[in-house]
Design a protein around this ligand. Structure first.
Ligand SMILES: C[S@@+](CC[C@H](N)C(=O)[O-])C[C@H]1O[C@@H](n2cnc3c(N)ncnc32)[C@H](O)[C@@H]1O
Length: 378
């Protein structure tokens, strides 16, 4: 190729090099050098943290300059740089050198990506590797019957927080409290990086070694290098990385409080929590005017659930968050279907604090969340 084409190619290769950065999202690079009608394939792979060029039957340590150097000897070349969610394609010959970005996360037109009528964000076929790895899709490419609910839960969760995620800048740090097998973390990671093209790092915490091991294995199999899983009890967990976003899905009982407190104490920009079962307030609260209404155990228990979650929302407001609470999925999928979404903006703090302490006094309760929040509330 002529020097003018090589200069332009070198410019694009520099852009690729910058894009590669620490290589966290890199998958592989495939190059075809062309001479007349003959094609000479090469590839670049990451092995034990190092880039290796495989070309002409030989393997050597890769250097970015090498591409232009080799291209000089050929008539044309095509390069596909694959990273999570995006293919960058460079096509070069003496007439033209072009670079384009192919979005790998867009569903193909022919694919409905639905179970029933729903359009999924974590959508086949692009998300097939992920869905298979986390056990939602079978090797036959079909969503497993017994995993449809889980799929719906994580996809709805991601959908309902997506508008807020889009507003976050920079490298987004996510903390998943009581991550379990980390279905939600994997889905969110895919959505942030492969769909929204935002850099992110996700830490999953759970006190079960089994689920941590399973999550580490899945991340490795998927090449998701931007995930860390830690076996720890949330009771005394101190995150090393300050989270921008804290999530929890069905963290048992007061583990949801620990998740919310982790977010508040780190001044996280957003906290998204789907609470699980509650036990805490049932044995604590009483309110004389309501005694006739609460004489049936089931009403007392349901009222305790309601109180727990509404007081969580109030404490979030008292800590400087704007809060919404809604059903994130049909109760047929799971009765534990409340999503609390909280965004830090410093509004309404005084009013919410006053309301919280008044209710606490009236009901004779001592909610766990309050005890976990550091600094002055009252
Ligand atoms: C119902 S599972 C939910 C898992 C996951 N978030 C999901 O939705 O698939 C609850 C998880 O909370 C974890 N857990 C409960 N209390 C915890 C605590 N104090 N610290 C860490 N993990 C906890 C359990 O080990 C379990 O994996």
């Amino acid at each position: 190729m002529k020097s003018s084409a090589i200069n332009k190619l070198t410019f694009y290769i520099e852009m690729l090099k910058a894009r590669y950065g620490s290589g966290e999202y890199f998958i592989e690079m495939k190059i075809s050098f062309k001479s007349g009608t003959k094609t000479f394939p090469a590839s670049v792979k990451k092995e034990e943290g190092e880039l290796i060029l495989i070309f002409g039957g030989a393997r050597e340590k890769f250097s970015w300059d090498k591409i232009s150097e080799v291209a000089k000897e050929y008539d044309a070349m095509q390069l596909v740089y694959r990273e999570r969610g995006t293919d960058v394609v460079i096509i070069a010959d003496d007439r033209n050198v072009t670079m384009r970005y192919d979005d790998m996360a867009q569903p193909e037109k022919s694919t409905t990506a639905t179970v029933g009528e729903r359009k999924y964000l974590i959508a086949p076929p692009k998300a097939n590797d992920l869905l298979k790895e986390i056990g939602i899709m079978g090797q036959n490419g079909k969503i497993k019957n017994d995993m449809v609910r889980k799929y719906n839960q994580i996809d709805h969760f991601v959908e309902l927080v997506s508008e807020h995620l889009k507003k976050l800048d920079g490298d987004i740090e996510v903390l998943d409290c009581a991550c379990g097998k980390s279905y939600l973390s994997f889905a969110l990671n895919y959505y942030l990086k492969d769909v929204l093209k935002k850099d992110c790092h996700i830490t999953g915490v759970d006190y079960s070694q089994t689920v941590i091991d399973a999550s580490v294995k899945s991340a490795k199999n998927l090449g998701y290098n931007n995930m860390t899983f830690i076996k720890a009890d949330l009771t005394d967990f101190k995150p090393e990385r300050v989270p921008d976003v804290v999530i929890s899905l069905h963290a048992c009982d007061t583990a949801t409080d620990m998740a919310i407190a982790a977010g508040i104490n780190a001044k996280a920009k957003a906290i998204f929590a789907v609470p699980c079962c509650h036990k805490e307030l049932l044995g604590q609260y009483s309110y004389a005017p309501f005694e006739p209404l609460l004489k049936h155990g089931i009403f007392k228990a349901r009222q305790a659930d309601l109180l727990t979650d509404s007081l969580r929302c109030l404490l979030l407001e008292a800590s400087g968050y704007t809060v919404t609470a809604q059903e994130y999925i049909s109760p047929v999928e799971t009765p534990k279907n409340l999503l609390i979404r909280a965004f830090r903006d410093g509004k309404n703090m005084d009013k919410a604090k006053k309301e919280y302490f008044e209710l606490k006094r009236m009901l004779g309760i001592n909610p766990k969340l309050e005890t976990l929040i550091k600094g002055e509330l009252n």
